[in-house]
Ligand binder design. Structure first.
Ligand SMILES: NC(=O)C1=CN([C@@H]2O[C@H](COP(=O)(O)OP(=O)(O)OC[C@H]3O[C@@H](n4cnc5c(N)ncnc54)[C@H](OP(=O)(O)O)[C@@H]3O)[C@@H](O)[C@H]2O)C=CC1
Ligand SMILES: O=C(O)CCC(=O)C(=O)O
Length: 477
């Protein structure tokens, strides 16, 4: 297999250089070599999108439906193959990889339907005889910058609405996971889009990402990733008055009350904290537990950690795959050290040496922690969670909200009254009752508050807010 190229203006195009994509479960396994664009490649993609924008802005709902339905159907038919590629390059387990590919297919099919349902409003004017019409038009050309932890679902939930609402796209995937992005681009290249409507430019954030942020023709930028980069994206976009949508980190609380069903609480906590190797912005990293159930919960969590199977993402029975790369593994290990120095007790967290050389670690649970510790304030983004002991529900809610983030918030309880109170008062974009904080539906809004999100919501029909601009027309017939 040669170098997998970028897709610019309807043509497969060499990058300035190329880079190998390595399997984090097995460092000897090179998945492929992928083009790395430079600023010239981004400029070519922007020019191609500019040339295509007028035509695609005026495409019919049927044309958009046909493209998105084609992509959704093909991903669905190939979900096992694409899920395998995803798990091989990112490290989540094969069932998780196939699940994510399926979700990407469902997202494309959902937005195929949305293309047929773009709405406007017609109102009577306050002036006699005048009519007022409110319509939604495409923003124009959208720059899409995605992270490595959801290599096909996050690109899907940005690219599908962008196209459904009539925009052209310049897409930069995370440098660690070009395989799924390339496979998605290859499907899009056969979906019936006019050339230049969709463009793939793989390469580094510092080069390709920067060029996208600074391209005046891109009227909107949708970004998911770290808070630090997100702030830089927002500041750069503000400088040239481009629309911006950011999804960033979380320090999501999962509250366990005395009246909770212990099995439900432990299953939710293990899923949210450790599945997908904890590399989800919706992961529960703070387990806030009331006194009466604290010791039973810690014992049950500790027992479960002991049985979780950490192994090659593609091996049957693996429950936790590797960490995505060496930098992320170092970050996880550094935080384990920080937690120990802060006085927390650690269960698990060992670096594992398995038969294949990969970035493996045992899930880690800190106990005897307080909410002011760095491990409870900063996003770690690995299979690491802390237990924070609290006296009662009121303290649990206060601790849950005492964070600079506000993405997802969960509670395990059998009390309808307390569940309802938590649903109302949790300072988060998403609230889960007796469910994990991670793992969301594909047809409803996704996003948070405070330092987690900025700009209009993603997903569901709320995505129209970001990918369209409103026009008010006054008509005197
Ligand atoms: N909320 C979430 O879902 C995610 C959060 N994170 C958090 O971020 C930490 C670091 O992960 P990392 O992958 O480095 O996250 P980044 O925020 O750096 O990366 C996210 C995306 O932004 C790109 N990017 C990086 N720098 C720039 C720039 N200057 N201009 C434009 N685009 C840029 C990246 O490119 P490139 O791939 O080349 O770096 C990638 O495509 C993690 O440990 C975790 O805490 C990470 C991933 C997802
Ligand atoms: O939990 C989910 O389903 C989505 C998580 C996510 O989007 C993320 O981690 O970036």
């Amino acid at each position: 297999m040669g170098v997998q190229q970028n897709y610019i203006g309807g043509k497969w195009t060499d990058g300035a250089t190329a880079k190998d994509n390595v399997n984090p479960s097995d460092l000897k396994d090179v998945i492929g070599s992928y083009a790395q664009a430079d600023a010239t490649g981004v400029a070519a993609a922007v020019d191609a999108a500019k040339a295509a924008a007028h035509g695609w802005n005026r495409s019919t709902p049927q044309q958009r439906y046909d493209v998105l339905e084609f992509v959704g159907n093909e991903i669905m038919a190939r979900r096992e193959e694409l899920g395998r590629l995803l798990s091989r390059e990112e490290g989540k387990t094969l069932p998780e990889g196939i699940g994510e590919a399926t979700r990407a297919a469902q997202i494309f099919k959902f937005f195929a339907g949305e293309a047929l349902r773009i709405q406007g409003e017609k109102l009577a004017s306050v002036r006699p005889g005048v009519e007022v019409e409110i319509t939604r038009e495409p923003v124009g050309i959208v720059g899409i910058i995605t992270p490595w932890n959801f290599p096909i679902a996050i690109p899907a939930w940005k690219i599908a609405p962008a196209l459904a609402y009539g925009n052209c796209v310049v897409f930069k995937p995370a440098d660690l996971v070009p395989g799924c992005a390339w496979a998605l681009a290859e499907i899009l290249s056969r979906a019936g889009l006019p050339e230049g409507v969709f463009n793939l430019v793989m390469g580094r954030g510092s080069v390709v990402g920067e060029a996208i942020l600074n391209a005046d023709a891109l009227g909107a930028i949708s970004f998911t990733g770290s808070v630090e980069t997100g702030k830089h994206v927002a500041a750069t976009c503000a400088g040239r008055l481009a629309k911006v949508q950011l999804e960033m980190g979380g320090k999501n609380p999962f509250v366990v009350l005395d009246d909770a069903d212990l099995n439900v609480a432990v299953n939710c906590a293990v899923n949210s904290a450790f599945f997908s190797t904890g590399q989800r912005c919706t992961a529960s990293s703070r387990l806030i537990v009331t006194e009466g159930i604290h010791d039973k919960f810690v014992k049950a969590m500790s027992d479960r950690i002991g049985t979780l199977k950490v192994d090659d993402a593609l091996a049957e029975g693996t429950e936790i795959g590797p960490v995505v790369d060496e930098n992320q593994l170092k970050q996880d290990m550094d935080y384990l050290e920080i937690g120990r120095k802060e006085g927390a007790k650690l269960i698990g967290g060992d670096r594992l040496t398995l038969s294949k050389d990969g970035y493996y670690m045992k899930p880690a649970l800190f106990t005897e922690t307080t909410n002011d510790m760095r491990i409870n304030r900063e996003e770690i983004f690995g299979p690491v969670a802390s237990v924070i002991r609290v006296k009662d529900y009121d303290e649990a809610l206060a601790v849950a909200n005492d964070t600079s983030f506000g993405l997802s918030s969960g509670i395990a309880t059998t009390s309808l009254k307390l569940a309802s109170d938590f649903k109302r008062n949790a300072e988060a974009g998403m609230v889960m009752v007796n469910l994990p904080t991670a793992g969301v539906d594909y047809h409803v809004p996704f996003g948070g508050r405070k330092g987690s999100s900025y700009g209009p919501r993603e997903q569901g029909r709320y995505a129209a807010e970001f990918y369209t601009t409103v026009k008010t027309a006054y008509i005197q017939p």
